[in-house]
Design a protein around this ligand. Sequence first.
Ligand SMILES: N[C@@H](CCC(=O)N[C@@H](CS)C(=O)NCC(=O)O)C(=O)O
Length: 223
Amino acid sequence: MSDPAKTERLTLYSQSHSPYARKTIVFAHEAGLADRIAVVDHETSPTNRNPAVFAVNPLGKVPVLVTPEAGAIFDSLVICDYLDGLHGGRRLIPEGGSARWQALRLHAIAQGLCDAGIALRWETARRPEHLRHPPLAEGQAAKLVESYDLLERQESFDEPVHIGHIGLATALAWLAFRNLPDFRSGRPRLTRWHEAFAQRPSMRRTAYHGETQDGPQAPAIAE
Ligand SMILES: N[C@@H](CCC(=O)N[C@@H](CS)C(=O)NCC(=O)O)C(=O)O
């Protein structure tokens, strides 16, 4: 009998403007698994509870993948790790050696870019204006700039494609989508790499769209 985990259709609780969710979808495309995943969009915000998402993740966040043998799994890296075990091709999360640590390190920078970008948006757009604290915005923006500079100086971006590239491409695309500090200015290597990666079918088929829904106190913003 075939293993249901290897053949069943999987449901991904996603969001059309989440960098973490897009990472898992791009990963699925790169792994040749996109056809097996039903993507269902949900709006999430800590100020706008989504009961359907809380029913599968006590943190109320997307992405969440519903799997036959392990139930609902999260967060985005865990989902990518799960997906990597479902296909017969080359692993996108290298299994060992320095390739593994280079890939996971780059992924960690990408994840930090998303975390800092979201924190910055709270301080510049999402939190009611009278509750904002400018030093927090400056501190988060500095994390972005330091990371961009390090990527420009040190990163080799060597192929084959791995989780670090996928995380970074989806993070940078999201930072540009939300008009956060521009990673392109004065960083030609990083810009060239990102432009080239953005041409991959996995990226072209998964463009961001939509606006954050923070609930009645803080109406939807277009920034
Ligand atoms: N560490 C998580 C982060 C997920 C996350 O923060 N998702 C956002 C959407 S971009 C969310 O659902 N936020 C709702 C909330 O913070 O309550 C991951 O990598 O999946």
